[in-house]
Design a protein around this ligand. Sequence first.
Ligand SMILES: [Zn+2]
Length: 447
Amino acid sequence: METYPKAHMTAAIVFTLSMVVIFMALPSQESAALKREPVSLKITHAETLPDATEVVETLPTIEPRQAIADNWQTFEVRNGDNMSRIFQRAGLSARILHDVMSLGTDVEGLRKILPGQKLAIQRDTDGKFLSLRYEESPLRNLVVKLNGDTLDAFWEVVEPEVIIAFTSAEISSRAPSLYHAGKQAGLSDNIIMELANIFQWDISFALDLRQGDGFTLMYEEYFVDGEKVREGDIIAAHFTNMGEQYAAVAFEDDNGRRRYYAPDGSSMRKAFLRDPVHFSHVSSQFNLARRHPIHKQVMPHRGIDYAAKRGTPVRASGDGKVTIARQNNASGKYIVIQHGQQYTTKYLHLSNFANSVRAGKRVSQGDVIGYVGSTGWATGPHLHYEFLVNGVHRNPRTVELPKSDPVPSTKMAEFLRVTQPLLARLDALTGSLQFAQRAGEGSGGEG
Ligand SMILES: [Zn+2]
């Protein structure tokens, strides 16, 4: 009943060639070219671009500040450390520690210091406590200072330098899931998850990734004192899935929160998630096998199956009201959610319901409603998911769904002004990738 796109045999070759073309297309240095090309935006500081080979895990030292003031001593937090041990190592009294720890909510963080973090203490020539600086993160320091007879606590926010990094990756037999492809491109778990979050309403990362699918990504990297301290947000992204290209770009709402929109200003967010099970829990071999994992060939059935471990969280795919949460012979423990007048979703074979879930309960999109199991007629642990429109079973991947929250018309001009240059840049990068793919297919031949 299902037709599958023709296997893309040249994926591995194409991936290699695309990288070569990127190196040629971007006039940066050596291997940094793929990931670190600076963009001439206001927030970039290309001249301080660090060497890509630098070790990024190292916390920035606080030596520059130590140099200005006398008698600073730096302590690195060790395993099992607490403030009292550090004050002992510094030769300071329990009395001064007590005074510091009594400064209220600002100093609460000092109770949660972690190995590897740094704390600097300044004393006068008589050994009397003057101040303390605690690096909670490279971007945030707590300072406690003696002012006359009183101690003040306040936070210092370190202004990072932000550069825009690029990368791209492709799904292949060697990188059969979004996670693998992201790792191959050198992305952190956070950025991979953020990428999946942006496209989770359009793409089933659990079931619909194919060889030849792939993405191009622009994202922020934060630097302090020339060292990368963390990644920021995704700025813009292309994702090609089964021949279809999706694009998303970040734009701040009135509260300064970044949201993601399609280039025309429509929201990436939709009424239903593609996958009620997070892709990271679904065995990736099924992505490339192109058939549903459980009993798909045995009998035609009206749902989608997600093979996942027993106990994997199952999420409500949309806002709605639980109408049924009970057990029967065939479906095992199952949940039915009504979403407005038209839409119904069903979740079968659960090992358990989430604590608060029962008939009548309102749920929001993404809420955990239960856990994958094999209750009822199931040969192994999996989620059987059904999607109905006006009582008729439909494919949630193809059915037309209502969209939500486009860019407000009053902000549309600003949206286009801000995002079009970013998308043009992304297009150029993706275009060079596709050129590489065509070249790869031409010279490599079809397998
Ligand atoms: Zn099923």
